[in-house]
Design a protein around this ligand. Structure first.
Ligand code: UD1
Ligand code: MG
Length: 451
């Protein structure tokens, strides 16, 4: 029979070291809150319920933990920060519902691999009462040290409590502890606060369990999976690791990145096979790119979809609601917002298209601007299939330009243009032969008189 598992996720910390006005678990990795990553890992590991210990920014933290994963989230409040052991006890009533396993996760470690959680539960099934996920730290300072004897874990010693001998141990507590649901409440209640920080340390659970004749073991996970975020510098390190992994996954799925280090992805970026990404590209949240599309250098995309075989950039900006159909082209210094660009349509140079629908194979000339905003409202511009908009035109919305229509360069279009119609909305040219020469002479005379 499958085991039942409760995850208790700790997210009530004060985040003093982050020096931030918001909870540290709301800071983002891959444009997604840290706590969302943690909840998703628990969900993927097959946890049945998630008790979320919250403090500051409780509503936002609950929403973020609920996003993008399936398990029900049950918030419990920790009013005073008295340490990780105290925090877990806030979920006492939920723990008491009775689970085979209780796994505690720290809400500030977003790179945790669901496989490690599964491995810990496996150890429990094999008879260990307490299983701690550890890692070998290149620099162990600040972490609790795992003290082992004869293949068993005998204690976790917090950095501040370590003897000189213990400080030299590089096997550290990653902050994920799985223990017997049956013993959980009684073990947690036995934790005291007689230590350097006067806090209830969850990590004391190991010595307490040992004293009761229970079996404690540590299993090892890669250091990179266990990185906890306590400072902005660590936030950047975790981001770098997450980005490297996301890029690697994308490349293994058939995406070409010429200079992967300079490509920034979001947690939900979807890149199909044979997509080519040039250097210096930013994918904000909500971007989908279809097969064979090319994203040229220095492009910035967010909330956009790029159809198969389409091409954007260099220096293109796709803002939320930009939808490019297959083989559409958006070239340099173009901004597209909330607009559909039809199949094979071209928006190649120095153009703003906002709140618009552009038909298939239309050609939008250099410097075209959809004047979509009157200072209070946004209006729609519609351009039919195969239409041609001459360079440097302003299309004052709401306005519609028919299929196959032509707009002369430099026009300011304020009225609808029918299908196959030609609109020229600019002053007629007036050429005066010889007048340039006379003007030049007049200007020269003024200059001479001054000297
Ligand atoms: C903790 C561990 C340490 C481990 C390290 C791994 C303890 C006593 N120490 O130290 O052994 O090596 O994590 O990263 O557990 N929190 C609450 N309420 C509280 C206190 C903390 O919800 O009263 C939450 C925090 O929001 C955070 C997590 O618990 O998500 C861990 O707290 P943190 O202060 O980061 O512990 P560390 O000092 O990093
Ligand atoms: Mg921490």
């Amino acid at each position: 029979m499958a085991r039942t598992c409760l995850a208790v996720v700790l997210a009530a910390g004060d985040a003093t070291r982050m020096k931030s006005s918001k909870s540290k678990v709301l800071h983002e990795i891959g444009n997604w809150p840290i706590i969302s990553h943690v909840a998703q890992a628990a969900s993927r590991a097959g946890v049945g319920k998630l008790a979320l210990v919250v403090g500051r920014d409780a509503d936002e933290v609950i929403d973020a933990a609920s996003a993008g994963q399936q398990i029900p989230v049950h918030p419990v409040e920790q009013k005073e920060r008295k340490g990780t052991g105290h925090a877990v006890l806030m979920a006492r009533d939920i723990i008491a519902e009775g689970y085979d396993d209780v796994v505690v996760l720290y809400g500030d470690a977003p790179l945790i691999d669901p496989e490690s959680l599964i491995a810990a539960t496996q150890k429990r099934a094999e008879g260990a009462d307490v299983v701690v996920l550890g890692f070998r730290a290149a620099d162990p300072s600040g972490y609790g040290r795992l003290i082992e004897r004869d293949g068993q874990l005998v204690a976790i010693r917090e950095h501040k409590e370590c003897s000189a001998y213990e400080l030299a141990i590089d096997f550290c507590n990653g902050g994920i502890i799985t223990f017997s649901g049956a013993e959980a409440v009684s073990l947690l209640e036995a934790i005291g606060n007689d230590n350097a920080k006067g806090e209830y340390y969850l990590t004391d659970i190991v010595e307490i369990a040992r004293a009761r004749g229970l079996k404690c073991v540590a299993i090892e996970a890669p250091e990179a999976d266990m990185m906890g975020c306590n400072t902005r510098a660590e936030l950047a390190e975790i981001e770098a690791e997450w980005q490297a992994r996301a890029r690697h996954r994308a490349m293994l799925s058939g995406v070409t990145m010429i200079d992967p280090q300079s490509v920034f992805l979001s947690h939900d970026t979807e890149l199909a096979r044979d997509v080519l990404i040039e250097p210096q590209v930013w994918f904000g949240p909500g971007v989908t790119v279809g097969e064979g599309a090319v994203i040229q250098g220095f492009s910035h995309l967010e909330g956009a979809s790029v159809g198969a075989g389409a091409s954007i950039g260099p220096f293109a900006r796709l803002r939320p609601g930009a939808e490019l159909a297959q083989k559409a082209k958006v070239g340099n210094f173009c901004e597209i917002k909330k607009a559909r660009i039809g199949a094979g349509a071209k928006v190649n140079h120095l153009t703003y298209i906002g709140d618009a629908e552009i038909g298939a194979n239309a050609n939008i000339g250099a410097g075209t601007v959809t004047c979509n905003y009157d200072g209070q409202n946004k209006h729609l511009t519609q351009i039919g299939a195969g239409a041609f908009i001459g360079s440097n035109s302003s299309l004052v919305a709401p306005v519609s330009i028919g299929a196959g229509a032509y707009v002369g360069s430099g026009s300011v279009v304020t009225m609808d243009v029918p299908d196959d119609g030609l609109a020229i909305a600019r002053a007629r040219q007036d050429t005066k032969p010889g007048r340039a020469k006379r003007l030049r002479e007049k200007i020269a005379a003024i200059k001479a008189a001054r000297q």
